[in-house]
Ligand binder design. Structure first.
Ligand code: ATP
Ligand code: MG
Length: 348
């Protein structure tokens, strides 16, 4: 078997949404089922969630089980993946301390994702230092497991770049202990950063413009029917715009050819549907109904599986406990190598 290892994860700041699904979860499940990976680590990043939710520990705590249920719902399998909780691996924090020496304040300050999150969260001049340092902490998460492959959304690109820089610097200064990770992005553009239903920004738990994987069929339909489309497309006959039209972005992300046969027989491809919309004569309600049917087809089996697992939360927590114990062993082994490379393993 190859030495390919996956590390990825999510912040327990709420339930997971369809942006997570197309940006990362869908790839994780596919990669898990290839059997090509020696190890797959999936982390619930509670330490990172606390960097901007430190005053709201209950939200973080409650979201841990919810995120785990979302994982099981989409088809991640605890027999094939090690699913664990970040805070239960203190070795990660220790690694972060050493890596902080290898990164400058100005380097993190230039990180575009950090910059936009600082403004989105309204920190102004009062950026918590813990939050500011999270790209370094993320480098610890990735390297502790010697991950080669990190399936994440596009907003994580600068984090991966930062992790690679730390690896190179560490290996150069000390000795070649760490592995340079590669980002694994979704293939379709629409999936890299799925916009929210308001069409304004990336779908994000912290903004509240989400369709959650656990939303009821009724809620999904209501959210889709009130989605942002093309403000200039007032009457059905008006020519419409595809660019920036959230319903079409979602169709790009989710629609397959066979969906036309099942739900919209008058068309045979998304290009044909787009052409008609651009010409005029195709109403928003029709394309929204089509999207709602597709989403329901994808979400309903996940919702059912999730509900099944939700009947036994102690079993879910037990899975996380076991996963955390196993993850800790791996991280401790890497930390040992790191400390030896840094000449600080005094008693070994
Ligand atoms: P928060 O608002 O708390 O940061 P979030 O919705 O951004 O939550 P994260 O837990 O930060 O979610 O992200 C988890 C993973 O999902 C990351 O790999 C991220 O790139 C990906 N992701 C998040 N939102 C989207 C999106 N809208 N489109 C594609 N991928 C996304
Ligand atoms: Mg985020």
């Amino acid at each position: 078997m190859s030495e390919k290892i996956i590390l990825t994860g999510d912040r327990p700041t709420g339930k997971l949404h369809i942006g997570h699904y197309v940006g990362s979860l869908r790839q994780r499940v596919a990669l898990q089922n290839t059997g090509e990976f020696k190890k797959i680590f999936i982390m619930i990043a509670d330490v990172q969630a606390l960097t901007d939710n430190f005053a709201n520990p209950e939200k973080v705590r409650e979201s841990v089980a919810q995120v785990a249920l979302d994982y099981l719902g989409v088809g991640l399998d605890s027999k094939k993946c090690t699913i664990f909780i970040q805070s239960q691996i203190p070795e990660l924090t220790e690694l972060t301390t050493y890596y902080l020496n290898l990164v400058t304040v100005s380097r993190v300050g230039r990180n575009p994702t950090v910059k936009s999150e600082i403004s989105q969260k309204g920190f102004g001049e009062s950026v918590p230092l813990g939050f500011f340092c999270y790209p370094v902490s993320q480098a610890s998460d990735i390297t502790a497991f010697k991950a080669t492959t990190v399936p994440v959304g596009e907003d994580q690109k600068p984090m991966l770049e930062q992790a690679r820089e730390i690896v190179r610097k560490f290996n150069e200064i000390y000795s070649p202990v760490l592995v340079e990770p590669e980002i694994y992005l979704a293939k379709k553009d629409a999936c890299l950063r799925l916009p929210g239903t308001d069409g304004k920004a990336k779908m994000s738990k912290s903004i509240g413009n989400c369709i959650y994987l656990s939303d009821s069929a009724k809620d999904v339909r209501t959210k889709v029917m009130s989605m942002y489309t093309d403000p200039t497309h007032i009457h059905k006959e008006d020519p419409g715009h595809i660019e920036g039209n959230t319903v079409f972005t979602y169709l790009d992300a989710f629609c397959k050819k066979e969906h036309f046969e099942r739900y919209l027989k008058d068309y045979s491809s998304l290009d044909e549907l787009k052409d008609h919309y651009k010409r005029g004569g195709l109403g928003d309600v029709q394309i929204k109904k089509f999207l709602a049917s597709i989403l329901e087809e994808i979400l309903s089996p996940m919702r059912e599986r999730r509900e099944e697992y939700a009947k036994d939360i102690p079993a879910v927590m037990e899975m996380l406990h076991k996963g955390s114990d196993a993850a800790r062993e791996t991280a401790a082994a890497t930390l040992d190598e790191v400390k030896t490379a840094m000449h600080i393993n005094y008693f070994k």
